[in-house]
Design a protein around this ligand. Sequence first.
Ligand code: NAD
Length: 356
Amino acid sequence: MGQDILSVIEPWDGNGVITRLDPLTGTWIFIALHDSTLGTPTGGTRIKVYPELSAALIDATRLAEGMTYKWAGLGMDYGGGKAVLALPEQPLDDNARQGLLKRYGAFIESLSGAFKTGADLGASADDMATIASRCQHVLGVDYDTMDSTDPGPFTAHGVEVGLRAALAQVFGSDSPADRTILVQGLGGVGAPLARSLAADGARLILNDLDAHRAETLAEELSCQTAASDSLYSTPCDVYAPCAIGATVNAQTIPQLACRIVAGSANNQLLEAEDAERLHQRGVLYVPDYIINSGGAMAISLQHTGLTERDELMRRVAGIRPAITEILQEAAASNTSPVVAARHRVDRILAQRRETI
Ligand code: NAD
């Protein structure tokens, strides 16, 4: 186990990982600080049971790196960071969870502003309010009312505008009407995305691990569902992964029967080579950390005092021109949009480093 941890840290190019065990619950806390060129490392808190500790550390370090690129892509003054609370296998009762979150909040406060956080997978609005009760560094919580903002609808809006940019690139029209779109994962992002695409006339195919959730939404939107075992070979124009990471990999890419992959999940590609595999198959991939940045953008703007929902949605729609530029640059140089997106954020980070 010790060696596993070291082998995760060794090749990682981030600033460092703050590690702490919460002895009362047996929860390991990893706060990965990847890069502070643009500002304070900032990213969500993921709360999850992991099969092993090294998987939690891998999640924290990869997601923190993604946050560096996400903030740079947005041109916002935050650095890349992410926290993972690796829960013990035995479920925590409400009291134990509350205690853990309060101690975690106090721990963040003790870092004197070195890390700011928000919600991520497994962290509810109530959880974020509990963490915020012990520290001043939670984005997405209104410190006057302690109300918490759900980033999901903002992220969904960003995915929709990014998906439209990809449709325009591939089909010459950005309209989802009569396009077949497979949405995998119908939670905080996937459900509002599906509703919005349905309203725009898309032919939807829905999938969720929770079959009841998929069937209920399919009934509401009068569309089909797809079984998980044949999901990746389902013919469609767009595959929108909005559930878990690493669904696009050497096994699934040959099965894909879509022209575009555009969704909210973080770390959609299992490994770097998958970008080229998609490119070789003629599948346009919209890089995850750009297309799923709407929620991060909205809650960080809220933190600066911009609270009007329509204006936040309008600002989130501003992701689209950046995505269009990335897709066009990739097409012009016959490379994957992953390469073009990375060039873009590396340019932004290099420019800032020159001024430091
Ligand atoms: P969520 O937990 O609200 O919903 C996830 C949904 O996916 C659930 O309905 C769950 O049942 C389903 N699911 C889980 N595993 C699945 C599988 N193997 N196959 C099919 N369905 C499965 O999460 P969310 O907030 O909607 O986020 C979805 C994804 O988008 C996550 O990867 C998250 O990291 C990423 N993301 C979310 C936001 C946000 O604002 N919420 C922002 C950026 C990225």
